[in-house]
Ligand binder design. Structure first.
Ligand code: GLA
Length: 743
């Protein structure tokens, strides 16, 4: 609900559990008053004027020297107008006028959710959503900032985005245009962010804020393996189970930046949006620029609750694919099974083998097209390699369908190899700087997605491929970051727009293809999880979480991912042992346990399995089928962190009706005479009675330490906890499944 109080000049945005308040200040600035639990009140008394020295005053408010933008909490801070802290907007007009002094002009409260043009943004779905638009303007340049707020009462999410209009007579250059500024005037806050590298994505790190600015950003043209566009600000005592936390997640897949500043008064400001590195955007008179959207959440119930808010929101209000809320097939991907060393016959043999194990979808990964026998060539030549597929692609896909399986294909649409027919025809379609040898990544160049002709060709090529072939699934990969940020089709003054235009081009292409082929299941990928963000999740209901398929390394990768992103979006597979990335040997069962915290599938050649292992795989798949709805729709809880001192990781799913509970535990290390493994479950019905329906132990011999039909109350399992038997061996694991006892 959105209310405007004329007397107090306040806007109050209310969801079921949260309230967000702002006020038009005495000189027309839009001030931030409050974001927290729902309560009565007007929080303007918190913004006490005080002369703190060297904090200048707006001309109209110079008397008493107490009122300064440098000390007031604001909704959208600007540079050069009296606030020396982080700016959300930095502009320069053609007349040389720096900055924008934004004052209130008008506002509108509308039913429904605003939509952005050319970028994904949250949609209302079954929710009753309202939009608040507040227009602020700068008299000197004619710059208008329309601040957009979407209020999702039931989901406890508030979205934000900004439309910058040039209503003046001269052009204006945007050097920075953030999506949201969140001022927390009081309190000590810690920052949780997710950093990493290829094959080690989204490692959670929690730090106390320093006085000054700390930054989480990517200038790689993709949201990146290195820094995810999602941060949490929480109180020092907040934990998974309790505590005050704010979440900020950017719905964007390109360069991003989040700065968090602790200012001279101890106030905290977080500004999130497109990175200003290599960014500038020219707005001619009459033109507008839209920022990507930020999803804001607040909870007093800890990091688990914050994760649940994002999980549900992304599944119900961000991802447009029908598969977001549907079961997904168990797949086998050919990459770690054969890499590029295959022909149609070999693939069909693997598919047949996979089918006999219960696999439902067979994915042909990299190596099926052009002269792609290694990763030095072929990208851009999206026609079948006739040496490998003498009867053509369709014939193989038909044969796979004939086995009763679905078919999948790997694509890397955004890239081009120098050694390709496409490059020989269109060298200017790659991002390269005139007169300079381009930087090469994985022996490839990046296609210039800012160009209409490139986008049209990509659309025709892939729409044609899908129309002409029976394809049920596409893995959309992106295997290098952007350099040589120069488009041969943009004028000199517009080259600062390349990285954002690239992302807009990508979204336009994805929009067309996913709209036209709603039944194709798309899985995102960028060297594993290098573009695991809410922007890509709008189109891809699942994203390959990491090229690291080692189940032990995966524990912290998947745990980090779980803070913001839904479990059914996490592409996760069982691979061979020893693992191809780490060389580690792990039990097949433990690999299955780790992969069941995600979409579940395989990434191995079944011919390498023993008969006993094949039977185990069949059992795993049967098991996954019985739990897939619980994993997909249930609430996920972190029970024991992979990053904690204890050498085990535990997580748990609870169905929405609290009838089913699945506890998974993986030991990364064992000791002799170990301490008991004691875990407190979460989210159960305290009064309900639960009985173990199955208990599986992998890589070890273990038995339940109590009678198998022992009944536990939810309260016992949550408050007293549950003690597992001693698990010894190499990377042992357990899955304990409880069901509510009725009657
Ligand atoms: C990337 C992906 C892998 C695989 C290879 C193929 O690294 O993450 O899963 O598809 O490309 O080249």
């Amino acid at each position: 609900m959105i209310q405007y109080n004329r007397l107090e000049k306040t806007f109050t945005l209310t969801t079921e559990k949260t309230m967000y308040q702002m006020q038009i200040g005495p000189a027309g600035h839009l001030l931030h008053l409050y974001y927290g639990p729902v309560t009565d009140g007007c929080f303007d008394y918190l913004q006490l004027p005080r002369d703190c020295g060297f904090s200048p005053n707006p001309y109209e408010l110079q008397e008493g020297r107490g009122w300064s933008l440098d000390t007031q909490a604001q909704e959208y801070s600007t540079a050069g107008t009296g606030d020396f802290r982080l700016a959300s907007l930095e502009t320069e007009s053609a007349q040389g006028i720096p900055g924008a002094d934004l004052r209130y002009v008008s506002h509108e409260i509308r039913p429904g959710k605003y939509q952005l043009e050319g970028m994904p943004s949250a949609f209302a779905g079954e929710e009753t959503v309202q939009t608040l638009s507040v227009v602020l303007a700068d008299a000197a340049t004619g710059i208008q900032a329309e601040l957009l707020y979407g209020v999702f009462p039931h989901r406890n999410v508030i979205t934000r985005a900004v439309r910058i209009h040039n209503r003046g007579t001269a052009s204006v250059r945007l050097n920075r245009a953030a999506s949201a500024c969140l001022d927390l005037p009081f309190g000590d806050w810690q920052l949780v962010h997710f950093h990493g590298r290829h094959t080690m994505e989204r490692q959670p790190e929690r730090i106390s804020l320093m006085n000054g600015v700390q930054t989480v950003s990517s200038s790689r043209g993709a949201s990146s393996h290195q820094h995810n566009p999602f941060v949490i600000l929480c109180q020092p005592d907040a934990a998974d189970r309790f505590g005050t936390c704010y979440g900020m997640m950017l719905v964007y897949s390109g360069n991003h930046r989040t700065d968090v500043e602790v200012d001279q008064a101890g106030a905290t400001r977080a500004v999130m949006g497109i990175s200003d590195s290599n960014f500038s955007w020219t707005l001619e008179p009459g033109e507008a620029f839209e920022t990507p959207e930020v999803l804001l959440t607040f909870t007093q119930e800890g990091l688990d609750d914050l994760s649940h808010l994002y999980h549900r929101f992304i599944q119900h209000n961000v991802c447009r694919s029908r598969y977001a809320l549907e079961r997904r097939p168990v797949l086998l991907n050919s990459w770690e099974a054969a890499y590029m060393d295959f022909d149609a016959e070999k693939l069909l043999r693997i598919a047949r083998d996979a089918k006999s194990l219960g696999v439902e979808l067979f994915v042909i990964d990299d190596g099926w097209f052009g002269n792609r026998d290694d990763d030095f060539r072929g990208l851009g030549d999206w026609f079948v390699n006739e040496k490998k597929f003498p009867k053509g692609l369709k014939s193989l896909l038909d044969s796979i369908h004939g086995l009763g399986m679905k078919t999948g294909l790997w694509l890397e649409p955004e890239m081009i190899s120098e050694d390709s027919e496409l490059y020989r025809r269109h060298p200017d379609w790659a991002l390269t700087v005139p007169g300079r040898k381009p930087t090469i990544g994985r022996s490839q160049l990046v296609l210039d997605l800012t160009r209409e002709d490139v986008l049209e060709w990509l659309y025709e090529t892939f729409a044609g491929l899908i129309r002409e072939n029976p394809i049920d699934y596409i893995k959309w990969d992106m295997n290098r970051h952007l350099t040589d940020l120069y488009s041969h089709s943009l004028p000199a003054g517009r080259q600062g727009e390349v990285t954002h235009r690239y992302v807009l081009g990508l979204y336009a292409l994805l929009e067309r293809l996913t709209q036209e082929f709603p039944d194709v299941l798309f899985e995102g990928c960028s060297g594993g999880g290098g573009r695991f963000d809410a922007g890509m999740l709008a189109y891809h209901p699942q994203i390959w979480c990491s090229d690291n398929t080692d189940p032990i390394a995966r524990l912290s990768i998947q745990e980090g991912t779980s803070y913001g992103y839904p479990i059914p979006a996490v592409g996760s597979h069982v691979s061979a042992s020893p693992n191809h990335q780490t060389g580690r040997r792990t039990p097949l069962g433990t690999r299955g346990v780790a992969a069941m915290a995600g979409t579940f599938g395989y990434e191995l050649d079944p011919a390498q399995l023993t008969e006993e292992e094949r039977e185990e795989v069949r059992q795993q798949i049967r098991q996954y089928h019985t739990w897939q709805d619980l994993i997909r729709e249930g609430d996920y809880y972190r029970i024991q962190s992979a990053n904690a001192v204890r050498p085990y990781t535990a997580w748990q799913f609870v169905s929405q009706d609290k009838e089913e509970v699945l506890l998974s535990v993986v030991l990364a290390g064992v000791t002799s005479n170990p301490r008991p493994l004691h875990l407190q479950l979460k989210g159960l019905d305290p009064k309900a009675r639960y009985q173990i329906a199955s208990a599986d132990f992998y890589g070890c011999k273990a038995e339940l330490p109590h009678a198998p039909d022992r009944v536990f109350t939810g309260g016992e399992l949550m408050h007293g906890g549950y003690t597992l038997p001693i698990l010894l061996g190499d990377y042992p694991s357990a899955q304990i499944y409880w069901k509510k006892v009725t009657g």
